[in-house]
Structures are given as C-alpha cells and as structure tokens.
Design a protein around this ligand. Sequence first.
Ligand code: B3K
Ligand code: ZN
Length: 883
Amino acid sequence: PKEIFLKDYKMPDYYFDTVDLKFLLGEEKTIVNSKIMVFPRVEGSKFPLVLNGDDVKLISIKVNNEDLKEEDYVLDSRHLTILSPPTGSFTLEIVNEICPQNNTSLEGLYKSSGNFCTQCEAEGFRKITFYQDRPDIMAKYTCRIEADKSLYPVLLSNGNLIEQGDLEGGKHYALWEDPFKKPSYLFALVAGKLASRDDSFITRSGRKISLKIWTPAEDLPKTEHAMYSLKAAMKWDEDVFGLEYDLDLFNVVAVPDFNMGAMENKSLNIFNSKLVLASPETASDGDYAAILGVIGHEYFHNWTGNRVTCRDWFQLSLKEGLTVFRDQEFSSDMGSRAVKRIADVSRLRNYQFPQDSGPMAHPVRPHSYIKMDNFYTVTVYEKGAEVVRMYKTLLGSQGFRKGMDLYFKRHDGQAVTCEDFYAAMRDANDADFANFLLWYSQAGTPQVKVTSSYNSDGRTFTLKFRQEVPPTPGQAVKEPMFIPVALGLLDSSGNNLSLSSIYHDGVLQSISDNDQPVYSTVLRLTKKEEEFVFTNIPERPVPSLLRGYSAPVRMETDLSDDDLFFLLAYDSDEFNRWEAGQVLARKLMLQLVSDHQQNKTLVLNSKFVEGLRSILTDSSLDKEFIAKAITLPGEGEIMDMMEVADPDAVHAVRTFIRKQLANALKAEFLAAVENNRSSAAYVFNHPELARRALKNTALAYLALLEDAETANLVLNEYKNASNMTDQFAALVAIAQKPGETRDTILADFYAKWQHDYLVVNKWLALQAMSDIPGNIENVKNLLNHKAFDLRNPNKVYSLIGGFCGSTINFHAKDGSGYEFLGEVVMQLDKINPQVASRMVSAFSRWKRYDEHRQNHAKAQLEKILSANGLSENVFEIASKSLA
Ligand code: B3K
Ligand code: ZN
C-alpha cells in the first residue's frame, strides 16, 4: 500500500468545467455515461490526463467525439490514463459499467434496502466512473437518471429538477442540474421507493425554500423532529453567521445502511436513518439531541465545506473542525451551553486524548495517509473544533464573525487550505497569532503545569505555567504551543475578584482599557515556561483556570482538594464547577485503584460524598448539569491516566464508588426520581430533558442497591415508562445486575420492539457493552441472532463496537475478547473495509495494558496483518498499531 504525503501536493494539470452524467440503473448492472469539458491549467501544456477508477469496467472512451485508439490510453486496476490529450480544451466522453448490487463497501453507488444511493466522500466517486477524484477539481454537474418506474419511482440528484418524464418499457427519467461548482465528493444520487415529509423555510431575504425529508412511507411520522431541526438550523445560520441557503430545494434522505452518520452532498444530504428517525416511543433524548446536532452539521456544511471546500484531503479539518464547532454552538444555543460544553469536552477526553497519545496520533492536519477514510477521526473533527473555538476565545464573538465574513468573501467557490482560514481570522482582526499554526501540524495533547503563589505584602498573585507536548509517532521533539487560558480569581466568599493589571515579560499590562471592572481574562501562553503576576489582589484567591475549557490541553494545577471543593461549590463558570468535581473524582479513583491493586480495604472520602450531596440538592442548579456533575469520569478516562491500564481494578473501583454513593445518597436519589418524573406527554426541550436526565441518573445509582424496595421502584419505572428515554434508562439500570429480572426484562424489551430495527440496535448495544463476567458468550450468540447482520454498519457498531467498549469482557485476561474481535475484523474486512477498520481501531491502544494482555492483542494484530487480501483500510490501522 502506498502512503500519500501532504508535502507532495501538486496542482492538477487539467481542470473540469462541466460534467454531464447519465445513469441507466439496472437490476444486474448500471451503465454510467460521463461527458466532461476538460481544460488545461496552463494553456498549451502537454501532460497525460490521469483519471481514478476503482472497480469500474470501461466500455468506451471518446475525446472530442472520436473513439480513442487503444494505444492512446492505459488502463490499470486503479487508473485510466489518456496519454496525449489534445492541447487546449476538449470533451471527454466515457461509458462504463458498475454493479451497485454487489457493492457491500457502501461507498460509491450501492443499494440499501432495495433503493440506490451514493456515498462519495472521500474517494468513492472513482467507484462510479473514471474521474480526477480530488476536491480541488470543482465543476458544474448535470445528472440524468433512468430507471424502472415502479421499482424506483423517486429519482434524486443534486441541484434543481430540470425535466422528468416517462420512457418506453416501464421506465422513467429525471434530469437534475446543480448550478454550483462542486468537487466530486459532493455528488449524490438516490433512486427508490420513498415518500417525503414536505415543508418550507422562508429565508431572511424572503426566498421560499422547499424542504423534503425522504424515507420509506411507513417511517414518515418519525421525521418531524428532523424537519424541526433543519428549520432551526437554517434560521440559526442566518442569525449567527448571516448565511442563507442558496438553492430553492433542500432534500434529506434517510437510508438504513450507511457507514457514517450522514453526508452533506449539495442539496441532497444522505443520512444514516438512525440520525433522522425519531418518535417519543422509539428514540431517546440522546437520539433527539444527536439528530438536532447532525442535521445542523450537514446543513452548515453548505457553506463550510461546499461553497468553500478543501484543496486536498489533508485539509479535512478546514471543513470538519469548523463545522463541528458550528454544530456545537448551534446545539448550545438550542439547549444549555454549559452542559453541551461538558459533553463535548468529555468526548474529547474519552476518545481524542487516547488517540493523541497512541500509535494513531496525528495532527489536526495529518502529514500523510494510506487510506483517507481512516482520517475521519476525533482528532480532525473534535480537536479541530477546539482549534476553531480558540480563535473565537482569542477574538471574541464579533472578531470571530469578522474573520468568518472575510473567509467567505475571499474564498467562496474555491478549494482552500487551513492557512487560508487562519489568514482570514488574522487579517480581519489585525491579530497577532504568534505560533498558533502549530495546532495544525503538531500532534499530541499539550500538558500544562501551573503553580501559584500569593504575596500578601505586595498584594500580588503569581501564576507560573510550564508546557510540554509529548512525542508522537514521527514527531519526537515539539515546539511550545500558543495556549489561550481563560481564567478568573475567586475571593474567599466565592466571588470573582476584579482584575486590574498583569505583569508579564517585564511589562505591566492593564487588563481593561476603560474603567469598567473586569472579572475574567484570557492569558496567552506561547513559551515553554512563563509567569503572569496579577496586581492589586487583596487576599489569596482560588484561581479558576482554563474556564470553559479554553484550550485542548491536559492541565495540572497545585490546587488543594479544599480549593477544588471550593470551586465545585462557588465557581461562576459552570464548566469549571463541573471540572473541579471531575478533578477530585479522578484523583480519588486513581488512589482507590492503587489501594485495590494492593488489596487494601477501599474507603470513600466522605468530603466527596458531601460535595456531591450539595450539588444534588442545590435547587438553583440546572438539572442536566446536576446529572453531569454527579456522574463519575468514565473507566477509559481513568485507564488513560495510568502507567499500566488495569481494567479489572478500574471497573471494581468505579463500581465500588457508585455503590457507596447509592447508599449514602439514597434519600436524595429517591427524591430526584420522585420529583422529576415526566408529567405529561414527551416534549424534547431543555427543561423536560433535564428532568429526565437527573431522574434517570439517580435511577441508575439506585438500581445498584440490594433492597427489594428499590428493585421494585426500578422495575416500575421500566413498566410505567411512556417514552423511550425513560424506558431505556430503566432497562440500562436493571441490566447492570445479572439475574432473572435482567433476563426477563431484556426478553420483554426485545419482544416489544423486534419490529423496529433502530430500537433493536439499542438492545444489542446494551448487551454487548455489559461488564457482567463471561458476557462474551452472550455476544457470540447474538452474532447469530436474526436481528444481527454483519453487512449493516449500525448493527456492527452496536454489537461489535459495543463489545469493544466493555471494560471487563473485551479486555478479558484470557484474551478471549481480543480473539473474538480479531475474527470478526477479518470477516468484516471482506464485506466492508471502512467498518472493519473502525473496529480494528479498538486494538490500537494495546500497549497500554499489562504484558499478558499485550501478547494476546499483538497476536491478533499479527494474524490480521497476515490475512489474504487485507484491505488498505485495515492494513493501515493494524500496521501502525503494531509499529
Ligand atoms: N463529511 C461526511 C463524512 C464522510 C466520511 C467519508 N468516509 C460527514 C460529515 O462529517 O459531515
Ligand atoms: Zn462534517
């Protein structure tokens, strides 16, 4: 397999102006006719024209209407090269054949539940026809689709419907035209039996946009929330960024077989049905929130991704980091900002930090890849979003908006780079960003150590920072980064002190330039070590550092437990209030893990219990915030902080603390359940979902108790639940403990929901993730359950992905979990390499565990690598993991 490098980027020799596609969709094969207007980048130049093609059968090729002779082109398994094209512009006409029916990779044109659909990003268009399949080739497309009318009554592609009509032999056709230039990865086609929910949106300039969400007819009632989300996103992008939709029609199609969450094809978004379909009975609050976020995300791509796209795939974060940032902000504005931030930071810590410290660590803009699909990662997406957020932290809302405006003004219709985004932010604000660009090129999570001291004579408070970026594959030595640290200083009654000026680098800087008091500021760290001295500080303050998590770093402070309890109780920054609790919990858990390893008796610090009690009973706090604040850091997060990760000890300790809390706070948890039951019909809004979150978090604690009274309570919650959020939460609570009740209720749930594949996937995932000893047998049996199918990505993510998330069973000492995954990966790779490669990633942290586990994991990776016909996708992850 060949590695591709950013430094080797070359501009294309030829550009495409227009592309006219014709599809004859058939039951055995599909014929594609592509007519392209080609022009050279440099007039008069003479270069071969190299087209990509993957699994496409060439039928004919014409240049300027004449058949090309065999000696004028070369065909290999991946390319079609036209050796000496005419100088100047010319037309190229290719006819080829493909077999969507046999395409199980779900990339290119394939079938899902009897319908045709496409997925072209990143490099799937080359599975449809021969093309310069790279994002800097932007062209105007038309697309004519011909198909059997009764089997495929609906024919969709990008842009506007220009013409449609009937043809001989029971066929019909539709002709679509997209007036905007686009890269091939945004091309889409859908044909099938679908019905639509129709609505409209009036833009701020008064244009009426027709909105359609397409699904099988029986699922239409479940598209209401998706339509609501779409309209909210359209409005939000106008209000916050001044961005209006640019065509008269916006289509969303939901398909059950999809590798990823969704795809932002121009005016024809295609979605994994999991992220469109919802009803109160079948979807949880989490599903509703995910739909809101992802419908928003794909819609926002219309500007950040489609109108302005990426020059090459290394720049992926240019569109993904930015669009994730935009969807995070959208969801914040629609719900609770603090809680959304907490959820996003938890995700970063639980998934991105481990990636950043493992063998797959790569910069937000990777330097190389073997298979681009492997780089749709938490680093490119989530850390990329943090990088965008830092611009906003540094520039403020208005400055950030100025930067965005300039970015669109300069680059609309272009394929650009991360530097172009940086330059727009800088130039619009005349800003000095020092070494900020390192965030795009240096991998690894920076570690920042802070020490503080108070001088009562001089009334000064000093913060000393020391930063270090750990080595990552291919990057042994790192430069110091530009780290914005938002902070405030709390006085002894918990109020923010007014900040007047700071000494830094021997210069006294005033914090405010008018006489208004300032209570928080953003320090800019740029060096390995530096010091900031706050003046006029009347008493020793407790610093609240990195407020709102202003930079994606691991911060270690010299704050005492008392300081942390103080912040937990008083910080005005809600994020940092939560964070103080998490820091305490992490310390406590690590200490107990070490006690457990030394066979000491475990004792839970009573101050910690009291801290949580006061949060739990504080009626001034948002209920969803309370739910987050009383949830312990995940087992993965703790394992990630250990020298040698010990799954058994971490699981035992986390369970121990949860049981202790359940006992100590039983009365408070009971009250939380009693007082927060859903009153009326299910509504998805912040106050309602916050009540449910608190009630269900409390319920999960209570279910750990051994008395009959709470066991009954939990069972009744399950039986009386009137929506999926409550029903599933009760099921999760019950499923924690092995036994007859668990078995009966799991069976009951399946019997109730077997007709609904999305609900059944939840049922699969819940069982797969279970930490009940020996659960692997159950998972193996589920592989053969009629509800499971290795060809459907969602089912694989639920059952196999779920299993890899179980601390105890995946990491079983005897290696049975690893062996199971190894076998599944090899089977899966023959069906769908992208999905197989996501699954094999569960091995990538194998070196974090003890020698015994290491040997088992290594053996599996070696076995996978020696398999015949291994995909490049799996090869890349497995070989880098072993290196
Ligand atoms: N851009 C798509 C991801 C495509 C993944 C291709 N392997 C979804 C998104 O981020 O919006
Ligand atoms: Zn995206």
